[in-house]
Every structure is written in structure tokens, then in C-alpha cells.
Design a protein around this ligand. Sequence first.
Ligand code: GEK
Length: 247
Amino acid sequence: MKENLTSKKDTIYAHPHEAVGAFQFDESVVAVFPDMIQRSVPGYQTILTGIGELTAQFAQANSQLYDLGCSLGAATLTMRRKLTQPNCKIIAIDNSEAMIKRAGEYLHGYHSDIAVELHCADITATPIENASVVVINFTLQFVDPAKRQQLLDTIYAGLKPGGILILSEKIHFDDSALQHAIEHLHLQFKRANGYSELEISQKRSSLENVLISDTADFHIQRLKQTGFTSAGIWFQAYNFASFIAIK
Ligand code: GEK
């Protein structure tokens, strides 16, 4: 990897902000994003490895693979590495201009003969067609809850029979004792990864009303209601889970 593509340490909330604004995926976040997501999301690397393995298992020849809310393209990279089926294309979409620009630089840093299209667009307004694998890795949680079902319907309609949706999300728990205990584990994870109390509390304020989580049961029910016959969790680390749904 080229020197100028390496990630800086995330110190965005290390100093007091006079007013903590709503979290935005802008250039300051892009510069530290790989560090930020690794230190904030338990199991992130394992999920990426799983996305690669599921791609190898479910990708179909002559089909399209989607990475919705691709950020810097980490899932696209792992899909591209594991894809062996002929005549496939990966379509990676993010509505942050800064993310897409940087994702292009990352993807060009590695050689591959597999076609990747990068689009700066809203995933709720993107057509999904002839798909065998659709990944939404920690992005549905940022979509307006009122638009989530419609997005899932679009994905379902665009998937080929036997196709797979891989959906990773931060989740919450209706049981308050469980919520408290598991949230504590996540806080300890962030502390162990070097985040200070100030950073943790300012980040939490900035994500309020921006990241809106659902429960695991709600996700599975909604996936079944969408039409998927098989839907369940394949990975969970504390309050972060990844679901698969097979058409
Ligand atoms: C990874 N998947 O590293 N349309 C398009 N993009 C959106 C939208 C939208 N409506 N809303 C948010 N985003 C990545 C990590 S990060 C997760 C995904 C996180 C984009 C937003 O710009 C950001 O890049 C991404 O979704 C969420 O595997 O930061 O916790």
C-alpha cells in the first residue's frame, strides 16, 4: 500500500468541541476512517473476512455484486479478492464525495482484473439489478428508518434466486439489563483501544439521531417480511451483528 494511502489516527473528538455537531462523513473522517472503524466496531475484521468467504460461496457467473455504503471500499476489496466467478462486476456506492474519491485511490492501489464501478449516490435511490451478492456493512443504520423497508424491497427484487444479502449493523436490546451489560462491553472495547472518556462522549452526542439502531429480532422479522426465506445472524460481537438473508 502506498504511503499516502495509510490511515491517520482518529483524534477527531480528542479535544473539547464547543458544540458537537451531527456526525458527517466528510474529509476529516475520511482521513482517519480505517483507524476509527477498527477501534470502534468489535469484530469488523472478522466480518470483512466473512464477507469474502460468503462472496466466494454465493457469487454467480454473469452477475453483479453490490457494496452499499462502501466508505473506502473495504468490503469491495475483500469481495474482489475472493471472487472467482467469470463475468462479474462490483458496484460500490456511497453518498459521501470524499469517501468515493479516496475509495478510488485505495482500489487502484491493488491490482485486479475484476471490474469495479464507484458511484457517489444515495443507496435509497440506486437500482439493484442482476445481483448475486449485496453487502450493506454498517450503513442501513444511517438510512432514514422510514426508507429502510423500501431499500430492502429493492434489494430483494434485484437479487437473483440463490443470491445473498449480507447486512451488518449496530444493534440494541429491548431488555434494559442486557442493553446496559452489553453496551458496557462496547465501552470497555473503545477504552481498551485508546479512546478517552471525552472522545467517547462527544462521539456519542454526534451520532445521536444520526445512527438509529434496531434490535436483532426486528432485523430478522423485517428480512423475512421482505420475502427472504432464510434470514439469521452469522456473527455477533457485543452490540454489533451481521445478518445473512438468502433469496
Ligand atoms: C465498510 N461499509 O468499511 N447512501 C449512500 N451512502 C450512505 C448513505 C446513503 N443514504 N448514508 C450513509 N452512507 C463500510 C463502512 S460506514 C459505517 C460504512 C460507519 C455512507 C456514509 O457516507 C459512510 O461512508 C457509510 O455509509 C457508513 O465496510 O462509519 O460506522
